[in-house]
Design a protein around this ligand. Structure first.
Ligand SMILES: Nc1nc2c(ncn2[C@@H]2O[C@H](COP(=O)(O)OP(=O)(O)OP(=O)(O)O)[C@@H](O)[C@H]2O)c(=O)[nH]1
Length: 444
């Protein structure tokens, strides 16, 4: 069971927070595109009784139609239409502007529903939404408002007649009278100051009784165009910030990596240093500070190789402190250690730069002399013997050492050792504090 779930988690690709955010916004975008927009609507409802109403008729144009209030409070009015004027009419005009003289902005509405009552011989009524705009409106002249007009059949007005705002046209007679250029002849609803109900264009002689009860405008809170524009802007902003975030993130990561790398380099250096210290420690004799057997090994092999390749002379001296057991027994082990240290120091101070001195073990030292023949090594050994003999290493006892010298004559280090050992034995046999060399029988 556990194995199964762990396999599953490794198979699923890791989803970053950014990818999750992008996925979420993509889902919201798709929903917004396809979702019905009815739930984000705006509407505006007006009741004519709330606005000041004025009746007009064609008597101003020498007609004989007459508009009168039947019930002014309920805004029921009648047009007694005559036939004297060529296009007889009566109308009721509502003033929609507020105290600051601003009309209604109906530009963002899609439909208009009108509830009205009509009785009379006519089939239709005309409705005007009269708009103001500095392009054509002249202060003090109400007829300079743009006459956005629609004519609708009277039979459905009782239950409410819905029309599209796109059904409005600007009245021809107004365009002609006001000499409006073609580019400004389209309907406009940004500042509607009057709503006018007028008898229909085909209205005939007789009594027309009209009452406007309610008007309702409907529209989407924002259009598809606004939605798409908003989405494009939102995506652009999102992508910009994502790129910015990515850039900053990468920069920080780079900085972290560089720091990490620097730390690794520092750790590496430290490890190398420690390695070197351990290596040095492994090659060094702790008591005397000289090289130990391991430390001298490379020098011995170098000497052997040089001899093999170029026959470079290579000598070797074994140095053994005389009667060291007695020193220990008489003065104690600590004094013995001290003598070993002083002997090592004295020997090291008196050898050449090119020589190598090591503690071979116990009270025995080895001196390796590259580029040195047997005779030169003997001379050096004698010098060291004398120095040691003369040195006051201990107040009560003279410290001396025996020296066994040999030089490489065959490509065999064992042989060299054996001969140096034999020479040392000879020095000891001869009474100690001596330098002896074993002549090389195989030398070429
Ligand atoms: N103090 C001290 N003594 C050591 C050390 N290593 C070896 N020795 C002693 O050195 C002595 C060597 O004694 P032997 O091999 O008998 O040789 P020796 O007394 O020097 O006599 P010869 O070499 O024949 O002159 C021993 O007593 C060891 O215990 C050391 O590191 N410190």
């Amino acid at each position: 069971m556990t194995e199964h779930s762990s396999n599953k988690s490794t198979l699923l690709p890791a989803i970053s927070r950014t990818e999750a955010l992008l996925g979420m916004i993509a889902c919201v975008s798709i929903i917004l595109i396809f979702a019905p927009k009815d739930w984000i609507q705006r509407s505006l409802e007006i009741y004519p009784q709330d606005y000041e109403a004025v009746l007009t008729d064609d008597t101003y144009s020498n007609g004989n139609s007459e508009a009168i209030w039947l019930d002014a409070d309920k805004q029921i009015w009648q047009c007694r239409m005559g036939n004297k004027f060529r296009s007889p009419y009566c109308s009721m005009r509502l003033s929609l502007f507020d105290d600051s003289w601003s009309g209604l902005n109906l530009s963002d509405y899609d439909t208009m529903t009108i509830w009205a009552s009509y009785s009379g011989p006519s089939d239709s009524l005309r409705f005007y939404l009269r708009n103001r705009h500095p392009d054509y409106y002249q202060v003090g002249d109400d007829t300079s408002t743009k006459y956005n007009m629609v004519e609708i059949p009277v039979e459905q007005l009782d239950t409410g007649f819905t029309l599209s705002m796109a059904d409005f046209n600007v009245a021809d007679w107004w365009l002609v009278t006001k000499k409006i250029p073609l580019e400004k002849s389209h309907p406009e609803f940004n500042d509607v100051v009057f709503l006018e109900v007028q008898t229909g264009s085909q209205a005939t002689f007789g009594d027309h009784t009209i009452r406007l009860r309610k008007v309702l405008w409907h529209g989407h809170l924002f259009s598809d165009e606004t939605l798409y524009k908003g989405m494009v802007i939102a995506w652009c902003v999102l992508i910009f910030f994502l790129l910015l975030y990515r850039m900053i993130h990468l920069k920080l990561e780079l900085r972290r990596n560089v720091k990490h790398q620097q730390e690794l380099v520092a750790i590496n250096k430290l490890l190398n240093l420690q390695n070197k210290q351990f290596e040095d420690l492994a090659k060094t004799d702790q008591l005397t500070g000289l090289l130990n057997r391991i430390g001298i090994r490379d020098v011995l092999y170098d000497g052997l190789n040089n001899w093999k390749e170029r026959r470079t002379p290579f000598s070797f001296v074994l140095i053994d402190i005389d009667h060291f057991k007695q020193v220990n027994d008489s003065f104690g082990h600590d004094v013995g250690d001290q003598i070993l240290k002083l002997t090592a120091k004295l020997l090291a101070e008196n050898i050449r730069r090119s020589d190598f001195l090591a503690r071979w073990g116990g009270e025995e030292f080895i001196l390796v002399c590259p580029d040195t023949d047997l005779y030169q090594a003997q001379v050096l050994a004698e010098l060291l013997r004398k120095k040691l003999e003369d040195a006051p290493l201990h107040p009560e006892r003279q410290i001396t050492a025996s020296f066994g010298v040999s030089a490489l004559s065959t490509p065999n280090l064992d042989d060299l050792f054996k001969r140096a050992d034999a020479a040392l034995y000879e020095a000891k046999t001869q009474g100690r504090n001596k330098v002896c060399a074993v002549a090389d029988t195989d030398a070429d």
